[in-house]
Design a protein around this ligand. Sequence first.
Ligand SMILES: [Zn+2]
Length: 315
Amino acid sequence: MNADTVNVPAIWKSIAANTHIQFRLADFDTLGNPTTGIIHIPTAVTSFANSPSDHKINFATLGGANAWNRNHYLNIPICNLGTGILGYTQMPGVGTASKDGCVINYMAVGKTGATAPYNLGRTITHEVGHWLNLIHTWGDDYGYCYGTDYVADTPNEGNANYSNYPVSTVRTDSCSPNSPGFMWQNYMDYTDDAGMCLFTAGQVARMQATLAGPRDSILSSPAVWPAAVKQIDWTAAVSIYPSPSKGVINIRLQGMTGKTVIRGFDISGNQVLERTLENPDPVTGFDLSYLSEGVYFLEITSLNRRIVRKVVLIR
Ligand SMILES: [Zn+2]
């Protein structure tokens, strides 16, 4: 499913592999309340860079946010880590639960607003590799050949690759002196985002072993809806009228169970509304006359359903 697979050079095509792993944003938080899986925490800490890997970001008392239960969630706190580090991750089977997850520098997240050459999302790909027990392809020996990533099909590599080349470039070093050389295009090297394009079959086996071992509880996490629920079309349960509206709208909710959260977004994705209804009446009125004319989207989430509907405001 990854579009970058077209970049895998011919020399590695036979060992590049599908991980068969997909992540989903959480539908429920640790209290069972509906969530988008993304939360924003205000902090007085301007930089978490003073002591990289100190995990201050994982503690509310130190200006960060407490990690959600690692047995059910992959936590990805995003913050300012300064200029020297893109991210860090606690490996499975070690460390404390409160520090588990992938800490990522905000400037290396996603594509929009991220800083080149770390603007193609590969920092999180690399860190999640660590979260699933992968080790750097150069074996962390920094220039020698004795280090290992405990994966048989990644070639021996002396040191991290920090730059980028046309993806078909064969690169050799003293640990892999002959073609096809070392695998600088691997997600577990330090190559710029644009050059990273594969995990190997051996790495996939190691990640799958982690999901069958120390991280197996994530597979039965209660944080997401069962897949079967997602497949049902619930859109008939909600009607919004009138639309277009001059300001006041009515939302009819049928079959929404328990606490229901209504969030409104403008067409740029900016959130303009959030209301929580503990036990929603069948029809709830909202005065949106404070919003300017235009198209808005309402996301309505309850314990059993999530629905998005469009609303048009006119003056
Ligand atoms: Zn790493």
